[in-house]
Design a protein around this ligand. Sequence first.
Ligand SMILES: C[C@H](O)[C@H](O)[C@H]1CNC2=NC(N)=NC(=O)C2=N1
Length: 111
Amino acid sequence: MSDLTKKKCAPCSEGATPLSRNEAEAWLARTQDWSLQDNATRIERHFRFPDFAAALAFVNQVGALAEEEDHHPDISFGWGYATVSFSTHKIKGLHENDFIMAAKVSRLTRE
Ligand SMILES: C[C@H](O)[C@H](O)[C@H]1CNC2=NC(N)=NC(=O)C2=N1
């Protein structure tokens, strides 16, 4: 299986078709610990940290990655946790870009 972290997000056109649930589940199998949400239109993962400063540092790393890839998450975070969520707003559903970003975000916590 090709390592999703080596891929780059591609510009997604307005008319692109969102992934079906089956397609999304196949992509999900290539990431760790992410789950399908909102009728398979979003993926989400919860991360735990020792304190607020560690969670904030992680959120800043995710933000830098999103800016680099021009594909952005929704994030909620607080003392000891961060929840990262990806969906492709332009197509109101999931795209390969969401799974590429999920793999890259997961890698931030393994280094
Ligand atoms: C103009 C800019 O490239 C687009 O708005 C990008 C920015 N980041 C994005 N992020 C996400 N998650 N979905 C999008 O459709 C999207 N579009």
